[in-house]
Design a protein around this ligand. Structure first.
Ligand code: HSE
Length: 300
């Protein structure tokens, strides 16, 4: 018997919530197939779609290490598992590529073994995969990939993750320019201190965004979609960032910013029609400076 699981791309940070807010897209995503084996231990038997870039050593592979940690935690270290990973997402895109693989892997293993852990309890193992991928066990990609919708990581120690309500007409559009940004590098360029004034602005916006989601108040969501801490630093890595962002706003987006560590740019929109127009405007703005991109639109 084998289990096949899809896990979606995600938009981490959602503008103001660096490392604490994330949302799931409908597509793209990665697929993992896991089956039991008589030979003890975890093996990565096949990886497709990665152009040979991912290690098949389970201790160095984000899916492998997460599943190994998971087996240790449930007392099944000797369990034999064979993993196939179908990568369907670009690397270094800011769309939570490693998170999609790890969440699919851990979820599939748990299903195959009869669900010894609840969905919530799978999160720390997926976070381990993030540590291998970029040196930091942030949860703002893995948590929305696991739960769907929009999530808030209120605290890391102890882990406290809250699924937020999603207004019925909320759509997300993402453009992925064909440039690669490594999350590790994009984290290293951030300042380790910010001014009190900036912190006040940022946490005001986080509160406003969360309140806007609860109240289905699209104007409040729009006013709160600002990042005064991370975007000013990271946007220099994305050619045309300001014009793409402006094109989205001019075409009716509620707001947006860098998706995760970039270079993808997301926008939240009210309604599918506006989301489609915003996606097209962003694609055009990138193409005017000679950058090709993929475009994704989905309800949140
Ligand atoms: N919160 C993380 C960051 C997400 O912005 O570095 C990385 O995908």
């Amino acid at each position: 018997m084998s289990i096949r699981v899809f896990a979606p791309a995600t938009v981490a940070n959602v503008a103001c919530g660096y490392d604490v807010l994330g949302l799931a897209l409908g597509q793209p995503g990665d697929e993992v197939i896991i089956k039991k084996s008589d030979k003890a231990g975890v093996r990565i038997t096949e990886i497709t779609g990665d152009d040979g870039r991912l290690p098949t050593d389970p201790l160095k592979n984000t899916v492998g290490i997460s599943v190994i940690k998971y087996l240790e935690a449930i007392g099944a270290k000797e369990q034999g598992l064979e993993i196939t990973l179908h990568k369907k997402m670009p690397f270094g895109s800011g769309l939570g590529s490693s998170a999609a693989s790890t969440v699919a892997g851990v979820f599939a293993a748990n299903e195959l073994l009869g669900k010894p852990l609840t969905q919530e309890n799978l999160l720390p193992f997926a976070m381990e995969g993030e540590r291998v991928a970029c040196g930091s066990a942030h949860a703002d990609n893995v948590a929305p990939a696991l739960y769907g919708g929009i999530v808030l990581i209120r605290s890391y120690k102890p882990l406290d993750v809250i699924k937020l309500p999603v207004p019925s007409e909320l759509y997300v559009t993402v453009v992925h320019p064909h440039i690669e940004v490594a999350t590790k590098d994009a984290r290293q360029i951030l300042k380790s201190n910010i001014s009190f004034q900036r912190a006040i602005e940022q946490w005001g916006n986080v509160g406003g965004l969360v309140a806007g989601l609860y109240q289905e108040d699209y104007d409040l969501i729009s006013r709160s979609l600002k990042d005064v801490v991370v975007e000013p630093v990271r946007s220099i890595l994305i050619p045309g960032f300001e014009s793409v962002k402006q094109a989205a706003l001019d075409n009716g987006a509620l707001g947006g910013s860098i998706s995760g560590s970039g270079p993808s740019i997301f926008s939240l929109c009210k309604g599918e029609e506006i989301a489609g127009q915003v996606a097209e405007a962003k694609r055009k703005a990138f193409s005017e400076i000679g950058i090709h991109c993929d475009v994704y639109v989905s309800p949140v």
